[in-house]
Design a protein around this ligand. Structure first.
Ligand code: RB5
Length: 148
């Protein structure tokens, strides 16, 4: 059981609710950082909220949803310590945990249906970093942050 920070923009509110319910069913602890309704908001504000929970160690992983997942992933990857992956399949989700040590999953509410999004989320939660040859590659990503 782990705390999972989850946030969206207005386009992702309905999918967020589905994923929050699924997280609870799975015995995880969803930390829903909003928004609570579909009033238009700016996705970077919500990306930063969830990413901050992850980098502060208050959440094990983060999940971000916008219309395409693209704005959320671009924003999340600007936050030091975050490796965010926009996933459209279970394979994407498993591979990004195993190879990239991703700590934030991004989903597109307008591109990915609820049932598939739940399966993608489950694959992401179940995955773990393989280390080995992937470790030095992730270290190279991390070293780029020091140069910014
Ligand atoms: C909002 O209309 C939309 O731009 C946003 O949800 C997202 O798709 C941005 O990447």
């Amino acid at each position: 059981m782990a705390t999972i920070a989850i946030a969206s923009d207005h386009a992702g509110v309905a999918l967020k609710a589905e994923l929050v319910a699924e997280l609870s069913r799975l015995g995880q602890l969803p930390l829903d950082l909003g928004p609570a309704d579909t009033t238009s908001v700016d996705y970077p504000d919500y990306a930063v909220k969830a990413c901050t929970e992850v980098t502060a160690g208050r959440a094990a992983l983060g999940i971000l949803i916008c219309g395409t997942g693209i704005g959320m992933s671009i924003t999340a990857n600007k936050v030091h310590g975050i490796r965010a992956a926009l996933c459209h399949s279970e394979l994407d989700a498993r591979a990004t945990r195993q190879h990239n040590d991703a700590n934030v999953l991004c989903l597109g509410a307008r591109t990915t249906g609820g049932a598939l999004a739940c399966e993608i989320m489950k694959a992401f939660l179940a995955g773990s970093f393989e280390g080995g040859r992937h470790a030095k590659r992730v270290e190279k990503i991390t070293s780029l942050e020091a140069k910014r």
